[in-house]
Structures are given as C-alpha cells and as structure tokens.
Design a protein around this ligand. Structure first.
Ligand SMILES: [Zn+2]
Length: 272
C-alpha cells in the first residue's frame, strides 16, 4: 500500500479550513473545517457545527457557522443537507428536495451517518470531533458521498456502505476518490481489547490497525477506513489522508478525547 498521507492545503478565510490536494486536482468542491472564523464562544470558540450539551451553543450561532462554511464553497446554508448522526451504518440518498434538511429545515425522520447524492447544488455535511470524516466523489460521473466513521461506524464499515450507495446511483469504485479528514490518530487513540475483538470479528484484516505501546492498545482508525475503501474497489492512489490528529492539535481542532463534552464539533462538506 502506498503512503496515502499528503499535506492538505490550508486556508484561513473566510473560515479556517483545509482541502485535499487530490480533490483540488480534480476540481471537487469540498472542505474540512478547523476551529477559527466562526461566531461561537466559550468552549465552542468559534467555528462550531453542533449545539452540544454543556451550556449549549445557540442555534443562531450554529446556523451562522453553517452559513459561513457554505459561503466558502460559494453556496448557502439553505443548500446544506445534514443528517442526525448516531454512529450507525445507515446511509441516505438525497437530492435537491432535501437541501436545508437539519440546517434551515426540520431534520430527517431517520438517523444516518452517511449521505450520497448525484445532484448538483446539494451540500453534504458530516461532523465529528475525533471521529473520522470521509468525503468521496466519482469524478467521471458526478456522484458524491460523505460519512462519519468513529470506531463504531468503522467496525460497521460505514465507508463501504457509502460506496455501495454511490454505486446504486451509478458510480464505479475505480473512479471514486476519497479524502480522510482530521481525526484522532494512533498517536492518541487508546482503546480496549473489547473494541479490538469487535473489529476483528467484523474483518480479520483490521488486525494490522492495532499497535501496542507501553502496555496500551492503540487503533489506527484511518488505516481501517482506507482498508475498507480499498476492499470496496478504490485504488490506494485515489485515497488522500490529511494525517492531522485532532487530539494533538488543539490550535486547529476540537477533540472529544482532549476536552470531553465541553468542546465544539468540526464539519466536512462536499458539493457537486
Ligand atoms: Zn495525536
């Protein structure tokens, strides 16, 4: 397997964010947010995408942050489609009719941790604060997807299910490019043996994603996601991982491992 980590392009305006050079080469509109350039305060300072639980952030702030992120893509908050994430392996197919859902319109009736579309102008959003966010695009046919892949979703192969949903719209895995966003990495992602057993039960190939240091067990979630994508037919040359750890980098990222519930939430966006 080739080294899929590449340095993402960094932008500070109108909000702080990074982009995959692989996606930029293909002209795919997308971004992964960092934490500056929003309007939220306190533990949510400042580019926060969820209301949270500790003295919750206001819905107005979260909406304004979505507005700013959409503007960075030349879009509006009304174009964003956002599902309620529950660490499931469920994927929803959406279109222009679903624009604004969960942002400027009421949320979906069902949970979903993956979204796909073949329609232009629909901004897909997935969020996390340590969990892996993955963006996908069939660059020949114009079909894109996004998923939220924490440990539960990764063991449940949410990335493979998102590729399946794209295939149902006509995508060919050979033409799909993937970008893996800022998330907790094996430097920091200490897990227990029970979790390792759950991963190995899901796929024995995940054995290579665990390492032991000083008696502790660590999981390389990004490697597990990449293996899942390659098993779905993506080429390793078509996978781009930013290599950034949300737990290590408090300047740029929110992290649940570092801050517990008293933290903001990052987001990733893609639009055809
Ligand atoms: Zn780290």
């Amino acid at each position: 397997m080739v080294d899929i980590i590449e340095r993402f392009s960094e932008y500070e305006t109108p909000i702080s964010h990074i982009k995959s050079p692989l996606f930029e080469r293909h002209g795919v509109k997308h971004l992964f947010t960092r934490r500056r350039g929003g309007v939220s305060e306190g533990v949510y300072e400042s580019l926060n995408f969820a209301c949270g639980t500790v003295s919750p952030d206001s819905a107005e702030n979260v909406l304004e942050n979505h507005r700013r992120a959409a503007a960075a893509l030349g879009m509006r908050a009304e174009d964003i489609c956002k599902s309620y994430q529950t660490h499931s392996s469920a994927v929803l197919t959406v279109g222009r009719a679903e624009r604004g859902t969960g942002v400027t319109k009421p949320p979906f009736d069902t949970d979903a941790d993956g979204l796909v579309t073949a329609e232009e102008g629909v901004v897909l959003s997935v969020r996390g604060a340590d969990c892996v966010t993955v963006l996908l695009c069939d660059v020949r046919r114009g079909i894109c997807g996004a998923c939220h892949s924490g440990w539960r979703g990764t063991a449940g192969r949410i990335a493979a299910r998102t590729v399946e949903a794209m295939k149902a719209l006509g995508a060919d895995p050979k033409d799909i490019i993937a970008a893996i966003g800022p998330s907790a990495r094996s430097c920091c992602y200490n897990v227990n043996e029970e979790l390792e057993r759950a991963f190995l039960a899901a796929d024995s190939n995940f054995a290579g994603c665990f390492t032991r240091r000083e008696g502790k067990l660590f999981l390389d979630l990004q490697k597990a996601v990449s293996l899942t994508l390659m098993k779905s037919g993506l080429s390793d040359a078509n996978i781009s991982d930013c290599g950034e750890c949300t737990v290590c980098d408090s300047i740029n990222y929110f992290s649940h491992r570092r801050s517990g519930a008293a933290r903001g939430t990052l987001s990733a966006f893609i639009v055809l």
